[in-house]
Design a protein. Sequence first.
Length: 371
Amino acid sequence: MHTPSPITRRQSRQIHVGHVPVGGDAPIAVQSMTNTDTLDVEATVAQIQRLEAAGADIVRVSVPDMDAAEAFGKIKRRVSVPLVADIHFDYRIALRVAELGVDCLRINPGNIGREDRVRAVVDAARANGIPIRIGVNAGSLEKDLQKKYGEPTPEALVESAMRHIDHLDRLDFPDFKVSVKASDVFMAVSAYRLLAKQIEQPLHLGITEAGGLRSGTVKSSIGLGMLLMDGIGDTIRVSLAADPVEEIKVGYDMLKSLKLRAKGINFIACPSCSRQNFDVIGTMNALEARVDDIMTPLNVSVIGCVVNGPGEAKETDIGLTGGSPANLVYIDGKPASKLRNDHLVDDLEALIRQKVKEKEARDEDVIARGA
């Protein structure tokens, strides 16, 4: 219950994506990407605001042409979460969004073109304090690397990344992060492990094109979990063919399970069985939906019977143990009250929100006294 995380994180050079520190001793950042048409400013702003409300630290936006660059500038002025511009081939787009206040440029220097164009982008990034993200993907390796290796391999991904890194090294620009994504879990994990030994910069983790909500969550959890257990990773994206908000939720749940981040409610709930004294699954579904807006860390256990319920409840901020004729609630590990099934979700939500209010007040008091 209170076992500390055994993970020792890889020490990397710290950069800043807007106000968010990445690398070093900073918390692992969770990010997603918009899937709206960037030219539709209203739809894109609305989606970014939903992502931010879900806890996104960073959001990436595709900027395929100059019209999208102008739309990006309008979007940037209306949101507060740091934005990464995803740019390929045309260096002029990177120069324009740098003028418009982008927080990070996602480019591959090797596909920008001539050295003078790469230098122009790097000079703009340096002048504006903008870091760069190099993004290598197994599905878009250079043709000569495909020929050399025959197929995508971890070594091919790393060689591609090092080519792009060499461009930045020659221009004495160290403020970048790198991703080496593949849809194959073992390929991605091996590539990140290899790259982690070769550079000091932060690594952005992802299993690309992981799949739908269920299958993509499983695949990402296995792949990213292996790397995070190694201490590798400074930002993560869970790539799902689903609402981008789900990417943020899964990402935080992943980090919470490894005790690397704490944000929102950490639920401990039983799968339910014939011993349950209330509808555990229905209660959990309703409760998760209702408290989705809470970002304050809190541990809540919801157990349907007295077999494991008391033990779990004693280790959480709020614990519910099924009982007859009423269920027992524990607060801070101690029996506090009994709840009947009639208004169970309403009563639990009220207890959670009261506990959050108390915790936030204590935290504010500690900050005030520390100041």
